[in-house]
Design a protein. Structure first.
Length: 260
């Protein structure tokens, strides 16, 4: 396991990853609330905020836009992903190699694993390859650990999310990106299950500022190390205000009442 405290994608051992892989994963509808965010430059500009420790994008976005921002934000290259048009069992094919991610300036790599899918075996095999190549290239690995599939009854239960965090530890992720299980006690269970793998919260769909900040604070108080957030930042008309508040909560440990 790599020392995340010294990683380019963390700040004082904590992370605020601005996720912008939505164009592939969800389609253009995610940009409708704020149409200008269809332009990657708009979101890269947001990512230059001091609170943001890395931006997560697919390789095409990285190739086209990251060279103009490499001095301002670290790159977390997302190596796999699938479109929302796919209707089969959850799967996420690899679209970029570790070696190519490094060539285009990546400071870390990310990979989605849908444990519980009928494609789990192939996805674990894919993760094994990128994890070992990332180790050889001294790059941290972030696992989007999302149990999902026809045999899984509840992918948001505390026990399932804790299992997701444990899977990330067991097969070699440095950071596990998981859903928030709904309350602080459940989040503590998730963090315990992850052992020495850092746990960050998935931002999810847009909510109110206060509700979102409360969930982030609960994650930090439970021993989590940050979040990866997309829509809850760049779907806002003034994302800098929320990033200011997130900076206080994540890095300074301030209460939500003190920043809202």
């Amino acid at each position: 396991m790599l020392p995340i405290d010294d990683s380019p994608i963390t700040r004082d051992g904590k992370s605020l990853v601005l996720a912008y892989d939505h164009g592939l994963e969800h389609g253009p509808s995610d940009f409708d609330p704020v149409p200008e965010t269809t332009d990657p430059e708009v979101v890269f500009d947001i990512a230059t905020h001091d609170a943001v420790s890395a931006i997560a994008v697919q390789k095409g976005i990285a190739e086209a836009y990251y060279p103009s921002y490499e001095e301002d934000v670290a790159l977390l290259a997302k190596l796999n992903g699938t479109s929302n048009l796919w209707m089969g069992e959850p799967d996420s094919p690899q679209n970029c190699s570790v070696e190519y991610a490094r060539e285009i300036g990546a400071d870390a790599v990310g990979y989605t694993v849908y444990s519980g899918s009928n494609h789990e075996v192939e996805m674990y095999e894919g993760f094994r390859g990128i994890q070992e190549n990332a180790r050889a290239n001294d790059l941290p690995v972030v696992m989007w650990s999302y149990p999902r599939g026809q045999g899984l009854k509840n992918d948001t239960s505390a026990s399932t999310i804790a299992y997701a965090a444990r899977i990330a530890l067991e097969i070699g992720a440095d950071i596990a990106k998981v859903k928030y299980p709904g309350d602080p006690d459940a989040m503590e269970q998730v963090v315990r299950a992850a052992g020495r793998t850092n746990v960050i919260m998935s931002g999810g769909s847009k909510t109110s500022d206060e509700d979102f900040l409360k969930s982030v604070k609960a994650v930090m108080d439970a021993g989590g190390t940050g979040l990866a957030v997309g829509r809850n930042v760049w779907q806002r008309e003034n994302p800098e205000e929320l990033l200011d508040a997130l900076e206080d909560v994540i890095y300074e440990g301030k209460s939500v009442d003190a920043v809202v």
